[in-house]
Design a protein around this ligand. Structure first.
Ligand SMILES: Cc1ncc(COP(=O)(O)O)c(C=O)c1O
Ligand SMILES: [Zn+2]
Length: 278
């Protein structure tokens, strides 16, 4: 494994990556860092093309040491579709859409869950809890079942019914709160505090590894375009992990020397009904 440490992007402090960690002492989320010089010496971009069509093809750039801990349902390597008619309608000459609906749990959340659960399993987690608006809970419940891990998923009452059902089908401990995801977050914080170390907090941007799963969207876009970067990447942003992950992936590829210096412009879009960032 080429993972070396966790780094705080706010205060710069380094943390041991071999210990289960949530946030930096300063309150910031942490980023996984790799020995990229060693990765560049060990593998060339062409090699990835010979590997299975899932996100684990990038294993040198993922945080799992022992492949027995890899928890997979074949996630990743979703198609890029050229969309000329819609592109023409909105005035974009070469519009391409990445279809993240084609993942095992129906959304990009499968990527974060696959890598987050794999690493949590490797670091000894037996049970985790997380607040969610739906998709992420369904994904983490599914991958927890795959890993033989217990999951407590807390979601608002008005989250989509299908996500609730997915959690129940996966055997998760599903809790519903009459409120928003922030209320679900408060309940998770209580559960984690009361459990005294027995329940891991796997909430969005509260552990470093789901981001590592989501960053593979960035690697895939570049590989699928023949190791070229697009001009612009537009991303439907919820918690922000996907966009931060794509940004991290692009910078890693640049440091590896696998793409040119010019990186794409990243654009976050949110629906008017849910725009905490916009
Ligand atoms: C279908 C779908 N797309 C995109 C996102 C954006 O997630 P994030 O910004 O956390 O990567 C979400 C998260 O809720 C989602 O469910
Ligand atoms: Zn810090």
């Amino acid at each position: 494994m080429y993972l070396t440490h966790l780094e705080c992007p706010r205060c710069g402090r380094e943390h041991d990556a071999h210990r289960l960690t949530n946030l930096c002492d300063c309150g910031s989320p942490l980023l996984a860092r790799y020995d990229l010089a060693a990765v560049a010496a060990a593998v060339t971009p062409e090699r990835f093309g010979l590997r299975p069509a899932d996100l684990w093809r990038y294993r040198e750039l993922l945080p799992v040491a022992d492949e027995r801990h890899v928890t997979t349902l074949g996630e990743g390597w979703t198609p890029l579709w050229r969309a000329p008619a819609y592109g023409h309608e909105i005035g974009v000459a070469d519009l391409i859409v990445k279809d993240e609906g084609l993942t095992p749990t129906g959304s990009l959340k499968a990527r974060g869950a696959a890598v987050g659960v794999s690493r949590a399993r490797e670091l000894g987690v037996r049970r985790f809890a997380m607040p969610t608006n739906g998709n992420a809970g369904a994904a983490w419940a599914t991958y927890a079942a795959r890993a033989g891990m217990a999951a407590t998923i807390v979601m608002p009452l008005d989250a989509p019914t299908i996500c609730r059902r997915e959690c129940v089908a996966a055997g998760a401990d599903l809790r519903l709160v009459d409120g928003l995801i922030s209320d679900a977050g408060r309940l998770v914080a209580e559960l984690v505090a009361d459990a005294d170390g027995a329940v891991f907090d796997a909430g969005t941007l509260r552990e470093p590894y789901r981001l590592e799963g989501k960053k593979t969207m960035g690697y895939e876009i570049v590989e699928q375009l023949g190791w070229q970067v697009p001009d612009v990447i537009i991303y439907p942003t919820g918690g922000g992990v996907g966009l931060i992950g794509i940004h991290k992936a692009l910078h890693e590829l640049r440091e590896l020397g696998w793409v040119s210096d010019r990186l794409p412009r990243l654009v976050a879009v949110q629906s008017t009904g849910c725009a905490p960032i916009g």
